[in-house]
Each structure stands twice: as structure tokens, then as C-alpha cells.
Design a protein around this ligand. Sequence first.
Ligand SMILES: Cc1cc2nc3c(=O)[nH]c(=O)nc-3n(C[C@H](O)[C@H](O)[C@H](O)COP(=O)(O)OP(=O)(O)OC[C@H]3O[C@@H](n4cnc5c(N)ncnc54)[C@H](O)[C@@H]3O)c2cc1C
Length: 467
Amino acid sequence: MDEHMTTSEQSTPQTVLPGEHLERLRAQLTGRLVLPRDPDWDDARQAWQLLSDQHPAAVVLAADEKDVIATVVTARKLGLSVAPQGTGHAGTTIASWRDTILLRTSALRDIEIDPETERVRVGAGAVWPDVVAAAAQHGLAAVTGMATSVGVAGFSLGGGLGWLARSHGLGANSIRSLDVVDAHGRALHVDAARHADLFWAARGGIAPVVVTAIELQLYPIEKLWAGGLMWPLERAAEVVHAWGEWIGTVPETVTSLVRVLRYPPIPDIPEFLRGRSFVAVEAAVQADADAAGRLLAPLRSLAPEMDSMRPMSPAELGSVHGDPPQPSPAVGSSVLLSEISAASLDALLGAALDPSATSLVSIELRHLGGMLSPGRADGGAVSSLDGAGLVFAVGMVPFPEARDAVTAAAAAVARRLASFASPRRVKNFTETPVAAEELYGDATERLRAVAAAWDPERIIRLGHPLD
Ligand SMILES: Cc1cc2nc3c(=O)[nH]c(=O)nc-3n(C[C@H](O)[C@H](O)[C@H](O)COP(=O)(O)OP(=O)(O)OC[C@H]3O[C@@H](n4cnc5c(N)ncnc54)[C@H](O)[C@@H]3O)c2cc1C
């Protein structure tokens, strides 16, 4: 007992104001607590997705696992939620920021590779370039996304679709274990044997925990052929249909997409592309030069204006798709296609060549199948995609007044493909909260049971909530 306390102080329960709890949290953190009155508030709350205007109650810039625990414990005491975020690519998938602490994990970036087991353990704030470069030094490749700026944790937990998709499946299927902090502030190691329900839910579904580190399987791929072939947009119909036939002939070691690209006339775009429109095929081919040459020959016979296909390390794959590395204001919409057929390709062409689509920078169709197909991989809540292709239409919003028009143009693409759409949606390509069943299908009820068991008070707030 404190000898300086008076009798009444000792017997009266201490009422601690929220501000005092937050000051206590500030004192406990190795990282930082940022509050709305702080000068760097706007920087701290900013997401990579510049259209995500996040207004949490506070931001914690976590330096380590202890900071994560302290944040969850404090939030619990105050009746707040905690929303973990690495980069904020998916900021618009958080249903509400009300009474929520934004927990930034971006400083948790340790990377440890075990060449024996061909696994990597990375902090929850790591981004792909750090990981793929380290893995390539051991002749290994990770199942990454097509954009370099995306976070390893959010990408993998959300499913994860990249250049190795048809040969190695969804990124979630490569998760081998997780270090997490649960809604009670307990640090747990989660894998197929320990807390298997959380492990199942986290892979492609949603598990109510803050991940502090993630262990992923890597694969022995030292080189592949990848790049793009581009033709003027006037050849769109010919190229799109040729690609549609070509994908029927390629093995699972080829992942590709066809896209319509419209480059805005702005100085950021290289002069040879600026203001021009193209139809393009991009591909990653796991083969030696001769085999890759044979596989790509039918497309090259269409005499592309540009051909950037070349042998590359998996660490260079991030250059193929050309996504912006810097934070951007973009709006997109997606459709999982149940078939890639002459009819669905015509519908895609109709949508992409419609005058309303000119505000969109890219309308792409990714070829799925292979290891993405249902029944091919054991995994978690979502381990496959029950569709033949994924359409993603995206436009930049250079100034706020353009947002509605770009959103409408992206939605119009999805609408025109509706008769070919699967009832399911792909989580990483769904930018606003939708009904959980659309994302998680038959796994939804089991995910709700896991959430009710581990976080009945809903302390942990993740993108694409279950309700
Ligand atoms: C330009 C661009 C290109 C993209 N390309 C691809 C692609 O090729 N393939 C693909 O599959 N996806 C792609 N995406 C989608 C991207 O993978 C998702 O938006 C993903 O959720 C981003 O993860 P993040 O960690 O970067 O984002 P964040 O917004 O930081 O996190 C997204 C969500 O992941 C979960 N999460 C993140 N960190 C944690 C944590 N520590 N603990 C628990 N949950 C956590 C939360 O639900 C969080 O809301 C792209 C997105 C953009 C903007």
C-alpha cells in the first residue's frame, strides 16, 4: 500500500479518465501515440490509399509486440476498437473509424529467411520489395502481388493474387504460421497445430487478432520470363480474343492478364506512353528461354508495338504491372468471371471501349484456374477462387470532384459483365465493405463463430467485417 495515500483515497475506487489511460499508454510505448492535437496527426492517420480519409480516435505507431499488447489492453479498458494497418492500401474497407485506435504496424519490418525450410518470417509491417529481394538471394520466390507497395500481411491474409497465382495458388495458402496479439492482449503463436481455428480463419478469411509477424513458404524459382506486349488500342478486339484462345493452351506455370490501358497526358508518364491508349498482355512464364519463346510465340506473331518480355529474377516482377509505387487516390471495381469465353470477352471489350470508360486508367482481366481452382489446395477460410478470370477496372481521382464520375465508370464495367459474374467476390479486389457471404461464402458462419469465441466485444477492427 502507498504510505502517502489518505484513507479515503485508499478506499475509493480510482476513476481514470480516458485521457489518463491514453497518457499511460503513451508512457508505456516504445513507439508513439499520436492524438488529433499533435502536429503530425494528419501524417499519422494517412493511408496509402489517398481516398481513405481516416479519422480514428488516436494513432499508435507500434515499435514492437509490447506496443501492440499495450494498445489492445488500453483500448479494451476504454471500450475502443483497434484497427491494425500496415500500409493502408485497403483503408476504404474499414466500415467505421468511430471509437477506434489506428494501430500502425509499419515499423515491424524484421525479415528472417530460413533457407533450409525455405520459409521467411516477416514483421507485419513489411512490404514486398524487402522480402522478395532477401528471398532472391537464396534463389527463392514468394507468392507476392503485382504491385510492389502492398503490405505482406494484408496481401497474404486477404487471399493474395500475383504472378505465381496459377502455379502456387493464393498467397493465403503460403502462410505457415502467425504471431498474433488477441483481443485480450495475449501474445500467441498460431499455426496448424496451435489455435487452429484462428489459423484457418486468418488465411483468406478474417481472424480477430492483430498479427505481429507472419511466416510464409517460399519456392525455389531463380528466374522466369515476364513482361508485357503492347498494341495500339485499335487492335483491342483482335488481341483480346487471341489472348482468350492462347490461355487455353498454356500450362499452370504461366500466369497472365489482358488489359486496356489509357495513359493520361501528364508529365509523370514516360513520353512514349503519355496520352496514348493500348491493349496489352502481361505474363509471367516459369520456363527457360526456349520454352518461354515457344509459349509466347502466338502472341508475338501479332506483332506488338512494344515487347518487354525478358528473363528476370522474381524480385523484379513488381516492375511488370506498372502500379504506382507512391500513395495514390484510385477507385476500382472488380468482377469474378465464371467463364472466359468469346461472349464474356466481347462483353469486356464492350465495357472497356465504351466512351464512359475513358476516365479509367486500366481495365484488366486476370487468368485464374490452375492452383487457384477449388479443391486444388488445402488452406484456410478462402483457399481458392471459383472463377475463370478476375476483371479489375481502376481509375485515378486527381481531384475530389472527379471521384463520383470515376467510381461510376468503374462500376459500369462491373455492371456490363454482370451476366458472366460469379456470386463470389475477391476480397483483395473489393474496395468497400460488402456482405460477408459474398467474400467468404460457405466459410462465413464458421468465421462468425471464431470471431464470437475470440473477440465477442469486437475490439479488433479489420477490413471487410463479418456483419
Ligand atoms: C495499387 C494496388 C495494387 C494491388 N495489387 C494487388 C494484387 O496484385 N494482388 C492482390 O491480391 N491484391 C492487390 N491489391 C490489394 C491489396 O493486396 C489489399 O488492399 C491488401 O489488403 C493490402 O494490404 P496492406 O497491408 O498493404 O494494406 P492495409 O490497408 O494496411 O491492410 C489491409 C487489411 O489487412 C488486414 N491487416 C493488415 N495488417 C494486419 C495486421 N497486422 N493484423 C491483422 N490484420 C491486418 C486488415 O484487415 C487490414 O484492414 C492491390 C492494391 C492496390 C492499392
